[in-house]
Design a protein around this ligand. Structure first.
Ligand SMILES: [Ca+2]
Length: 466
């Protein structure tokens, strides 16, 4: 074969490979979006964030291939409110759900608060934009009314857990997973799986198998690990040789098994030929948990950060966050832009090529995905109502540049830390910056949108004094 014939052959080969690919998959102009949300995964619990004992090879590889965000914050330091921030793009001082339990003045009871019908969810936004939308796992943005469940809030296909007692004496077993509202259900048989996230991943793989790829996919995987409610995992061998207390072994196993499930999902997307046109985002809904006997310092689950789940110190809020989009995100990027849960809505709107909904006060980080700086923001703000009487259960925080204000109780003085010097928030320097502290106190008040379920200052006015 001479050089000319060889070149002809190569050109023919390229042509046919391209045709083959076009036949196999007709990539939509907008990317698929796969959002992976861990439950209570701390800032220090992935290898790429400094974890030494718990293995997370798949997510570490994702970090190497894409962007690892080092200043990414959960919208709130606890489950329901953080998810509300993600789904609606509104920060926690303006969102509908600001605590796992809220007050209902008309009934004079404390109960779960659902997203309001007139606020748009990520699912509704992307479905409107032509996406096929799916939600699998923990929803936690609803009440007993099925209209507030994921399927009715923008997800064509929704499989969610449900728990608690509802009017009429209905008691939900959280192992039951409800399909498309209450159209069907599937029970999680723990003896048949390594972990709950394996079960949820099976559901996702089946869903993907049945899809026509004419329209882009938005898949929201809402995982369980490493939340304390999953008390054990099926795989008893993982880390069995380490000599750790059983509760810590289980904790580590949950994270490694979650990592494995993410790998299975990514393999599926590869097999389907869509991974090259998919934006993958991985994060956690709040900082590390230290519940039901698990010690969050055992694995240094928050790294050097102070506090944990339910704290508005960094350990409760700062979370791992990874983004990968082949051909766009630059491999090995480490980005230190301060970002938070409300930023997903404007980012996904921009990626999908649609108008950013007016309701969001987040800032798109889509430019970061392409190696550019995002629009600068003045500050980030948090407000959290933890159920109970103590005024310190009303928790706020502000971040301006590298400076962070934290206040537990509106009558307390605001503490101030310079995260650039003091990432562990160990030295309160509020005395040195009285003007900045005043400015932060004004911000938390100004950004607060009144909400009948979550009174400003906490619940002591309703529950009685301390
Ligand atoms: Ca959580």
């Amino acid at each position: 074969m001479n050089r000319y014939q060889f070149l002809l052959l190569m050109v023919a080969h390229l042509f046919f490979s391209c045709s083959e690919r076009e036949e196999r998959v007709n990539p939509p102009s907008r990317p698929h979006i796969v959002f992976l949300l861990a439950d209570d995964l701390g800032y220090g619990e992935l290898g790429s964030y400094g974890q030494k004992l718990i293995h997370t090879p798949v997510l570490d590889e994702l970090a190497r291939k894409g962007i690892r965000f080092t200043n990414f914050y959960a919208g709130s330091p606890i489950c329901g409110p953080s998810r509300a921030v993600i789904l609606t793009g509104k920060h926690s001082a303006s969102s509908t759900i600001r605590g796992n339990i809220g007050y209902h003045p008309e009934r004079e009871v404390f109960a779960r608060v659902a997203l309001k019908p007139d606020e748009m969810t990520l699912g509704e936004m992307l479905r409107e934009a032509g996406y096929q939308t799916a939600f699998i796992g923990k929803w936690h943005l609803d009440d007993c009314n099925v209209e507030t469940w994921a399927h009715h809030r923008g997800f064509d296909f929704a499989v969610q857990e449900q728990f608690g007692t509802c009017p009429g004496g209905i008691v939900y077993d959280e192992r039951m997973h409800w399909i498309n509202g209450k159209q069907d259900s599937i029970f999680y048989d723990q003896t048949a799986y390594d972990c709950l996230d394996e079960f949820r991943t099976e559901i996702a793989l089946d869903y993907l198998d049945g899809l026509d790829l004419a329209d882009p996919i938005f898949l929201f995987m809402s995982y369980r690990a490493p939340h304390a409610h999953e008390k054990t995992v099926g795989d008893k061998d993982l880390y069995a040789d380490q000599g750790w207390p059983e509760i810590e072994r289980t904790h580590a196993a949950k994270i490694t098994l979650l990592d494995k499930q993410v790998g299975r999902l990514l393999d599926k997307l590869t097999e389907m030929g869509v991974l090259d046109n998919t934006l993958i985002v991985f994060t956690s809904d709040n900082g590390a948990q230290g519940e039901q006997g698990h010690d969050h310092t055992f694995f240094q689950s928050t790294g050097e950060l102070r506090g944990r789940k339910r704290d508005t110190y960094e350990g409760g809020l700062r979370v791992p966050a990874l983004a990968f989009w082949a051909g766009n995100t630059k491999p090995g990027t480490v980005d230190d832009t301060p970002l938070s849960g409300q930023d997903f809505m404007p980012t996904f709107a921009e990626v999908a090529g649609i108008k950013v909904p007016d309701q969001t006060n987040g800032v798109s980080f889509a430019p970061v995905l392409f190696g550019r700086d995002p629009k600068p923001r003045d500050y980030l703000v948090w407000e959290f109502n933890m159920y109970g009487k103590p005024s310190t259960n009303f928790r706020q925080a502000v971040r301006i540049g590298t400076m962070k204000g934290v206040r537990y109780g509106v009558d307390s003085s605001m503490e101030l830390y310079d995260l650039a010097q003091d990432i562990s928030e160990s030295s309160d320097i509020s005395d040195q910056y009285p003007e900045l502290v005043r400015k932060m106190e004004d911000i938390v008040q100004k950004e607060h949108v009144p909400n009948p379920h979550f009174p400003y200052g906490g619940y002591s006015a309703i529950l009685g004094a301390e």
